[in-house]
Design a protein around this ligand. Sequence first.
Ligand code: SF4
Length: 313
Amino acid sequence: MDIQNELVWSHSRGRALHDCARAYWYTYYGSWGGWVADGDPAVRQAYVEKKLTSRPMWTGTVVHGIAETGLKRAMQDARRGAVREWSLEEMRAAAHRTVNEDIVGSETGAWLERPARRTGFAEHYYALPVTHADWDAAADEIDRQVVNLHGNRIYQRLLVTAARIREVEELRRFAVGDPAFGAQVYLAVDALVADGKGGVVIIDWKTGENHDDAEIGSQLGIYGLYATQELGVPEDQIVAMHVNLRHGTETRHPVGPVEIALARAAVLAGVAEMRAPLRDVANNLADKDDFPTVPEGSDRCRWCNFRRSCGRG
Ligand code: SF4
């Protein structure tokens, strides 16, 4: 059975179209169907490249995975009425196992047997000059952030109020705006918790060096839109914050009627923008030639996953 390639808006998809239209095309069209290992080689190559990660992205994936596991364990415990401690040392050991498996699986090429499930690094795929010390530094940063997560007051608060957690990293899809326009959105909230008074608290973990508060605010506005529209939470009863586990900071973002209206407008404008270059909107068909590359020599190409497919490898 053929799986339909549908145009579903997400925050990262909206950003990708602005970063490089050609990379966007590879991500959402040129790699479509590449999960079939012996299919079209060009499609398979783009699919493999789409799955590549890098050390900074990987830090976020591993730390988010530990946070997700810890919170889901606590939610299960709250349902069963039994508490299993997940000590700091156990969390660090779990992260350490993932780190080792990921690096070895990528280095040996074993990840290519299941690129959707295993971790492959651009550092290996593109044979970048990365030293053992560089890998050690990345592993140390993950360990440091797991320690920060464990000591974080919001994480600890979530553990003791786990019965109120409604969602942790659940992939959701919902419709926005006039049904005739057909805009659909994907999102997954790091943690969404009932506040016990009819409202919710939305938590977003961040692990990177540099984050743009305005961009995080717009992402949280989309989560607010989801909470009001799909969960029936009143617009004025949402608290949204991001916790930076690298720097140990917490930032609260306003999410109310204004931000939610802006989020809705951003989704509709984003979907219109994504449809504009399509050859066939009803069937979501896109032609590579309609998605231009960035200029030769652009810094963006140095770190782009698709630089081999794109001929800039
Ligand atoms: S290599 Fe450069 S032009 Fe090609 S897809 Fe990547 S960013 Fe775009």
